[in-house]
Design a protein around this ligand. Structure first.
Ligand SMILES: [Fe+2]
Length: 142
């Protein structure tokens, strides 16, 4: 093997290793278990930290209402570090997925907003995914 071939092989090995490491990280660090508070009327700190807070804001001139979703309730904000973060937030309107945000660790934390037409809508549901602690759901009657 000459030098040029050796460099090609080394590059290929590095690519395979990087893809393997990414797949390993995705399977080892992503908890996708659906979680529920033990007692929704009296949530514990860890449950408050993961539960989406849905807030309706103003309606715009086109009839869309701003729906803010922040992860954490009772003044508790979920952390965002390389090892522990909210990686997605989804919003459902009467059971239909109407928005999804994908979030990166450290640079962004668990918060997003969507603008929706809420005429006739009965319930909003937000889901948040914590890579360590699973998927948490909150609902809001409209
Ligand atoms: Fe968490």
């Amino acid at each position: 093997m000459n030098r040029r071939e050796a460099i090609k092989v080394a590059g290929l090995v590095a690519v395979v290793a990087a893809v393997g490491a990414e797949a390993k990280m995705a399977t080892e660090h992503m908890n996708r278990i659906e979680m529920k508070p033990k007692n929704p009327a009296k949530m514990e700190k860890g449950e408050l930290k993961h539960s989406p807070l849905i807030t309706l804001k103003e309606k715009d001139a086109k009839g869309y209402t701003l729906v803010e979703i922040s992860i954490g309730q009772g003044g508790i904000i979920h952390p965002s570090t390389q090892d522990h973060w909210i990686d997605f937030i989804e919003l459902y309107s009467d059971g239909k997925l109407v928005g999804k945000s994908t979030l990166e660790p450290e640079i962004s934390r668990g918060a997003t907003a969507f603008a929706l037409k809420l005429d006739g809508v009965k319930e909003l549901k937000a889901k948040s995914g914590c890579n360590l602690h699973g998927i948490w759901t909150s609902t809001l009657a409209v």
